[in-house]
Design a protein. Structure first.
Ligand SMILES: *Cc1c(COP(=O)(O)O)cnc(C)c1O
Length: 377
């Protein structure tokens, strides 16, 4: 059984993928071919924003936004403690200071009450200038943007939605990657919308930021890439990846997003009396980058993961370590009291195989192992 079955997806759309790749080879426009602009337009249309700027990966997408917003040393940027390393890395990379905030135990996303407290604390200390919030749409579920927007307005902060795992999710019909002042996503192969290598994109309605981002991603170009008016980076999406993503986006819209939500309901039905299943709040829709259950404690979680592995079923722990305990952030000072939920989650979460090509018999088999294990315990 595959954790995320990219082979089944390839087999189903083999002709389309092969043709898309062949077309790029025939035209030999490996950088900046027409597929890139077409894809950007399709993505912006789907998400419902004015501008989509593709780039090399999801991490660099976020770095570019930090650069465009002029985030720098002395600035505080608020991020969830329970996320992939990138979200904090890019803040430190531009010289600013990440301020980690505990998450909500049900949604796994940034806790908005603790967020407001953290902002007030930074203001009171007066050492750093609060500048931005980077909420993460963890495991495919959009963060609580209605509440985050209220807080951002109150404290005059920018909001960057880290939608690396969130593409396809929604709140009251408004799609993920359209929240905040800008949003980013990743096309890493295992993400909800993945390519066959690295890729990423930025979304925004802000014309000025979009203009700046187009320049920053190509060596700070002015009129062209040999006219350089600022320091930028080299961060582009390959034409081949854009061609592949056009095929994948069609499949995603046609059935894949609905299929992962069908799998979610099928898992829920068989697991709800045995373990803590994912919580999707009313009005929210998830793209299920992960289907993550919670066990009683670390002992039960680790035991179950081992049991599943024994049966040939891959299950993963996202994440084993809170951000505030990563060695790279060791020079920042923390109080463990501020991260009670994240500290617990790292011990009890387990993500099960989740993808649009999971069959009923696969789900039955996973659930049978989990139920047998939990009842025998
Ligand atoms: C994957 C991921 C990223 C980084 O994306 P890359 O394309 O791998 O650079 C950032 N944030 C989160 C939450 C992610 O899951």
């Amino acid at each position: 059984m595959e954790f995320r079955d990219l082979k089944a997806q390839y087999q189903k759309y083999k002709t389309e993928f092969d043709t898309a790749i062949q077309n790029v080879l025939i035209n030999a426009n490996f950088i900046g071919g027409k597929e890139v602009a077409e894809l950007e337009e399709q993505l912006a249309g789907y998400v419902g924003v004015k501008h989509c700027i593709s780039c090399a990966n999801g991490t660099e997408a976020m770095t570019l936004v930090m650069m465009a917003w002029g985030i720098k040393a002395g600035d505080a940027v608020f991020i969830p403690d329970f996320t992939f390393f990138s979200t904090g890395e890019i803040v430190s990379f531009v010289g600013a200071t990440p301020v980690f905030v505990d998450v909500n135990r049900d949604t796994f996303n940034i806790d908005t009450v603790k967020l407001e407290k953290a902002i007030q604390q930074v203001v009171a200390e007066g050492r750093l200038q609060p500048k931005a919030i980077i909420p993460v749409d963890l495991f495919g579920l959009p963060a609580n943007f209605p509440e985050i927007d209220r807080i951002a307005k109150k404290y005059n902060l920018m909001v960057l939605e880290d939608g690396a795992q969130g593409f396809g999710g929604a709140i009251q019909g408004q799609r993920a990657c359209s929240f905040g002042d800008a949003a980013t996503t990743s096309f890493f192969p295992a993400k909800p919308l993945g390519c066959y290598g690295d890729g990423g994109a930025i979304f925004t309605n802000d014309d000025e930021a979009a203009r700046l981002l187009h320049s920053l991603k190509v060596h700070g170009k002015g009129d062209d890439k040999y006219d350089n008016i600022r320091i930028g980076v080299n961060s582009r999406l390959d034409t081949i990846q854009a061609g592949i993503l056009q095929v994948k986006l069609r499949a995603f819209i046609e059935h894949e997003l609905e299929d992962v939500n069908r799998v979610y309901h099928m898992y829920n039905e068989q697991l709800q009396d045995t373990v803590e299943i994912p919580v999707i709040p009313d009005g929210f829709y998830s793209s299920f980058a992960q289907y993550t259950i919670k066990l009683k404690d670390k002992h039960q979680r680790d035991g179950l993961q081992a049991k599943l592995k024994e049966q040939g079923i891959p299950a993963m722990v996202y994440y084993t370590k809170p951000m505030h305990r990563q060695q790279a952030f060791a020079d920042l000072a923390f109080s463990e009291q501020d991260f009670i939920v994240t500290n617990e989650l790292c011990n009890i979460v387990l993500s099960l195989p989740m993808h649009p090509y999971l069959r009923q018999e696969d789900i039955d088999r996973v659930c049978a192992v989990i139920r047998a294990y939990c009842y025998a315990e």
